[in-house]
Ligand binder design. Structure first.
Ligand code: PMV
Length: 363
């Protein structure tokens, strides 16, 4: 019997990756063509929580999983946050940026089989890890009727059959904590855009702002097929920044200007102005050292096929690139990317904010 289902869309960073780690702004949007889903089902008494990562063919028993196993951590944090009874620190200090529930052990442990499926490519800059965590937390929150509500729980006690939607800020904090297990010290942009499910203007440490999209626009996303570790890319940039701080600060400032120009163009309903800004952002990312021949090849192919601009998206050194297209050009650019070696191509139209409930319902 299915007890709860949670879903979360993927995302792309339009502008600002890497500089966002150094306090500059970034613009990111959900991509609803790809998503993660977690389904909680009742299991045999005494079985405890078993997580089945269907795409990876991996089964994890919660009671034997290490504190830093990301899928188990997502389940523990969700259980602590909904106020389940248990041992360990078991409290989610949401809003302080510090959660201390990774060692939480629910007692009694519920008997659940949690099946996770995702169509989001792994380690490709589309927020796969954050979306899986968000889906798990949403699925558990969707079935939560805490028998004895925890007074420290950030989620109000459930009083009727319909659980209240999980506040995006609460979800975002929980997802961030698991992101730290994947990425070390992430800026927070991934968990924010995925939890809010709408375009966000993000500055580390500040409340995220939805940004206005005056007119919808279309981007083509091309995957190099190369898996790339965000943690390693971020560490490499930090090493170079340490060696040449002034030069890298200037590059990050340039990216910040591009982000502000892009935000203004979008608000004014002039998305066509994003093309040259994407080209410029890609050039700065090349200087920072996070592009690679395969990304440059896809970016070049998209431009040659009529894209108004193109850039890598996410941590770089593999993963995805994005290209801005107008009208008819989408099909040509998509075909050119496939011919140039993209392992997967997604065409998506970015519209004004739709909100997390839409994302949860629409997928
Ligand atoms: O997770 P990705 O590949 O979308 O990259 C995250 C973006 C970075 O700015 C490189 C890192 C971060 O924490 O913001």
């Amino acid at each position: 019997m299915t007890l709860g289902i949670g879903r979360a869309a993927g995302k792309v960073i339009l502008f600002g990756e890497h500089a966002v780690v150094y306090g500059r702004p970034a613009l990111a949007v959900p991509v609803t063509q790809v998503w993660a889903e977690a389904r909680v089902e009742a299991a045999a008494p005494g079985s405890g929580v078993v997580i089945w990562a269907a795409d990876l063919g991996e089964e994890i028993a919660l009671r034997h999983a290490a504190a830093d196993q990301p899928l188990a951590a997502a389940v523990r944090l969700a259980l602590a946050a909904i106020g389940a009874q248990g041992q360990g620190s078991g409290k989610a200090e949401v809003g302080t940026g510090r959660l201390s529930a990774l060692d939480f052990r629910p007692t009694p442990e519920p008997d659940w089989r949690i099946t996770i499926r995702s169509t989001i490519p792994i380690a490709s800059g589309m927020g796969s890890g954050a979306a899986v965590t968000a889906a798990i937390v949403r699925a558990i929150a969707a079935l939560s009727v805490a028998p004895t509500p925890n007074p420290q729980s950030p989620i109000p006690p459930v009083t009727d059959a319909t659980p209240p939607p999980l506040a995006p800020a609460v979800l975002s904090d929980l997802v961030y904590e698991v992101e730290r297990l994947y990425h070390g010290t992430p800026s927070g942009v991934d968990n924010t855009v995925i939890a809010y499910g709408q375009p966000v203007y993000f500055v580390r440490g500040r409340r995220p702002e939805p940004f206005t999209i005056g007119r919808p626009f279309t981007i083509v996303i091309g995957d190099t097929g190369i898996r790339s570790s965000t943690r390693i890319a971020v560490e490499e940039v930090r090493r170079r920044w340490t060696q040449e701080p002034a030069r890298f600060e200037a590059l990050f400032d340039r990216i910040a200007q591009i982000v502000e120009a892009a935000r203004a163009a979008l608000a004014a309903g002039r998305p066509e102005q994003l093309g040259p800004l994407m080209d410029e952002n890609h050039a700065v990312l090349q200087e920072i050292g996070v592009s690679c021949p395969e990304l440059d090849a896809l970016v070049g192919a998209a431009r040659a096929a009529g894209a108004a601009g193109a850039k890598l998206s996410g941590a770089g050194r593999g993963g995805n690139m994005i290209a801005l297209v107008a009208g008819e050009a989408a099909a040509d650019v998509a075909a050119a990317l496939a011919a140039a070696g993209a392992t997967r191509v997604i065409v998506t139209t970015i519209s004004p904010a739709v909100g997390p409930d839409f994302v949860q319902r629409a997928i």
